[in-house]
Ligand binder design. Structure first.
Ligand code: GLN
Length: 450
């Protein structure tokens, strides 16, 4: 089949599934046609030649709306591509659409979108997880083979787990954040969703690597991520942190994950119980650091430079107030208020500074652990995909959904969520973590597991 036919067959799939799951915020039909045309003059040997890829709508796409699922950016059309998007296009990919998310990537269920929630393809009464719910659901439903999401505290891995696909959060600094709308800059990373480890490896190979446009992007030399796939992981040591198993994890999830220990046996790896005691503080530390950074990052939406402006206001101060009051949803406002409080004079030392110190401890504990084990395994989520509306009125319950994934972002290490089985036809994921910049090992392990 030629590129046009491939793209059309995926657009058909999208048409068939969207009424049920609402994974996409926009499909840029005209731009797709242009992209297909442009591909004609390019080499068919490009690694992603003609492959349709969906992009989370907090990643900038030139001439294609990028809304962050927020009213405040409802009509924002970026004048340039994020580095990841530029690299995908250069390697032959077709940007087929922009996917739904919790507003500004704040949430765990995709219910905080200003444009309606995405639904889980396995059960449309349930959430797909968040915040990259759209990017996970579209891969799960077969609307696209691969997509990109962003992960600040679990936003790639949690929805991957809830929808039965693979999702990778790379090491902080491996993938450029240039053109990713900032939520919490010291935690945010872009990463791929896919249905096979190979697809994840191919995509990572293209998006990873130094970018002079992102000062936090690492100069680290990128290995070949495909080389290790298929090689044995015999005698690798797998750490099971007692803090992430059992306590607070539902019976259903634990029962489903029992299978994985049989798989480990077949892989010939050794299992070691380990302890990461500081993880107890990961959730409060995350919500102090991420809201502090968010309150600062979101100050730029003032009705002057970007997107929505309220024209009814009489002076500039009320213009700011009304623009932000009407433009942001309630979860985003909650985060701005929390972050502003944590950073304010008199509280800074008690909250923000203290949190950064505990963050350092968490990172050091992981570093120590990886001297003893190659991989650390945990459930990706403590619970099964829940029903729409079930957790939305209780922010703390919602925040708890990320208890397994947040420590990884605080430490900066890479982690992948792999489908591990089903409970009553609902997907359950397992999370594998590895040391800084060892995505090659992580993918080799995931491939042996899959
Ligand atoms: N659910 C977490 C939050 O709401 C993580 C979100 C994310 O990773 N972007 O902050």
């Amino acid at each position: 089949a030629n590129v046009k036919e491939v793209v059309e067959s995926y657009l058909e799939k999208i048409k068939e599934w969207e009424p049920y799951i609402n994974a996409f915020l926009h499909i840029p039909y005209e731009d797709i046609e242009k992209q297909v045309k442009e591909l004609e003059s390019k080499s068919p040997n490009l690694p992603l030649y003609g492959i349709p890829i969906a992009i989370k709508d907090n990643i900038l796409t030139k001439n294609i709306k990028t809304t962050c699922a927020s009213k405040i950016l409802e009509n924002f059309i970026p004048p340039y591509d994020a580095t990841v998007v530029k690299r995908l296009k250069e390697n032959g990919a077709i940007i087929i659409g922009k996917t739904n998310l919790d507003e500004f990537a704040m949430g765990s269920s995709c219910e905080n979108s200003a444009f309606g929630p995405t639904k889980n393809p396995w059960d449309i009464e349930r959430v797909p997880g968040g915040s990259s719910g759209g990017s996970a659901a579209c891969v799960s439903a077969g609307e696209v083979p691969v997509s990109l999401g962003s992960d600040t505290g679990g936003s790639i891995r949690l929805p991957a787990s809830f929808t039965g696909v693979i999702g990778l959060k790379p090491t902080y600094g491996l993938v450029s954040r240039f053109g990713l709308v900032a939520f919490a800059s010291s935690l945010d990373q872009i990463g791929p969703f896919g249905r096979t480890v190979e697809d994840i490896a191919i995509t990572l190979q293209i998006i990873a690597g130094h970018d002079p446009m992102d000062s936090t992007s690492s100069p680290y030399e990128i290995p070949n991520y495909l080389e290790g796939l298929g090689k044995s992981v015999k005698n690798w040591r797998v750490g099971i942190p007692k803090e992430l198993w059992y306590k607070g994890v539902s019976e259903e999830v634990l029962k489903t994950l029992e299978n994985s220990f049989d798989v480990f046996k077949e892989m010939g790896v050794t299992i070691e119980e380990i302890s990461l005691p500081s993880l107890e503080y990961a959730l409060p530390v995350y919500y102090i650091i991420s809201t502090s950074e968010a309150s600062s990052n979101l100050a730029r939406y003032d009705g002057v430079k970007y997107g929505y402006r309220d024209f009814t206001a009489e002076d500039i101060i009320s213009m700011y107030k009304q623009t932000r009051g009407k433009g942001f949803g309630s979860e985003v406002k909650r985060r701005i208020i929390l972050g502003t409080y944590a950073l304010s004079a008199g509280y800074y030392d008690a909250y923000y500074l203290k949190a950064t110190k505990v963050r350092r401890l968490i990172r050091m504990e992981f570093e120590e652990a990886f001297k003893k084990v190659d991989i650390i395994a945990s459930p990706t989520s403590p619970v099964l995909p829940f029903k729409l509306g079930e957790r939305i009125s209780d922010p703390l319950q919602m925040y708890l959904t990320d208890i397994m994934t947040i420590p990884v972002n605080l430490a900066g290490i890479p982690a992948i969520s792999m489908p591990a089985g089903f409970y009553n036809n609902l997907p359950v994921g397992i999370q594998f973590m590895s040391s800084f910049f060892t995505e090659d090992k992580l993918l080799q392990f995931a491939y042996a597991y899959q």
